[in-house]
Ligand binder design. Sequence first.
Ligand code: BGC
Length: 482
Amino acid sequence: MAAAAGVLDPTKSEVQGLDNLSPALKTALQDLEAKFTVDRQKLKQISQRFEEELREGLQKDGCNIPMNVTWTLGFPSGDEAGEFLAVDLGGTNLRVCWIVLKGREEEKVVTQKKYKLPAEIKTGEAEALWRLIVDSLEDFIATNELPRDDGEPLALGFTFSYPAHQDYVDHGVLQTWTKGFDIKGVEGEDAASQLTEAMKKRNLPVRLVALINDTTGAMIASAYNDPETIIGAIFGTGCNAAYMDHVGSIPKLHTDLPDATPMAINCEYGAFDNAHRVLPLTKYDEAIDRESPRPGEQSFEKMSAGLYLGELFRHILCEMYDKGLVFKGQDVKKLQEPYALDTGFLSSLEDDPFREARGRFEDYLNISITWEELQLAQRLAEIIAVRGARLCTCGVSAICRMKGIESGHVAADGSVANKHPKFKARWAQAMGEVLDWPSDRKEDPIIITSAEDGSGIGAAVISAMTLQRVKQGNMAGIRQQL
Ligand code: BGC
């Protein structure tokens, strides 16, 4: 648990020399610190409200947090095997994978290729999206000389990391786009059928077996190797988690399956507190929401996920520039471009030695930054990232409390979890605060682990589990005659 004070104490900083800032900058910074600090009591309050919203989502449809059933029925045994295609449509990339599973003890074979997901696609028409996916699949199949000889269509797991209502594992009606996507013609429609249609038109030798979320994928892929996995969580461009519940604890689900049947739930908790009851929103959060394609949605995600951290930082610096506090007399055109800075910029800023950080401002923003401004920027990056990491514990702790989970592994993936060097320590600290872990503990009972590739391997394992069910004649939650 030993780490520098700034990493673990939300009110302290690791940035050196802040005392020497000019009085004007000091005042501005203190004001921001007050607005962005989420103390233990507030964390607990948020986490409690979170638990209420999780429970509401299990009760009925149409709640803030949709708690989507996924028809992934239970954890994998570890014996699942076979060859699978996976398409991963995340927030930033499109990826196609070929995965050979041979059981838990054996090495997996993964061949993959990333395809460009041009910005125009994200706000264009459905047809262009499916064309891009089918083009990429076709290229991948040809390059890797798939399928081989048996003439059977290739089994595909489709990782569609957006809120989708699933009546079956091979079905998913998009509830709303998130992460800045705004493609016309998919919301309210079944994304699995749309992809299947597009593949048919092109005569691709592929059949869709499962549509999955990246969080469910992270949980299942990790559980394939690590039976202590309790939750799959993404702390990346977006934020969300999946966990395993039981059919009997999901009152809104009408099914003949026995109550004890395990069912993975994709919470979609980026939508927590859309009614703005507890989250400590600042005017910068409000501005980001206003300027997004879906104002009023994904309130929690917009305060904590990677897509928005750099944007928060940019908003604050722009305001300081307008007030004449920083970058006086400089051309800040680049800084004024929405989403000009990503989370990578923030995380390196927290770590960079002075010269590199200065260079980064010059390279990315054409701004020549003074020593004092740089200290301020480093502190800002820290404040924003600490708030994000602390808020990220509220959803996971709420799931743990709701299910009475006291120990286990949270399989985490995403750019913030993997690339921000201080995220995991900050998260662990805040988990202890929310869940009242004793301060003299030897180790944390719930720890964050690096997830297996959920969007690739997870899609393959869930497809294998689905095909196994078909073989056993257990068609619950499976639409097609696979
Ligand atoms: C999406 C989720 C996804 C998360 C992480 C959110 O914006 O709605 O489906 O799991 O991002 O990728």
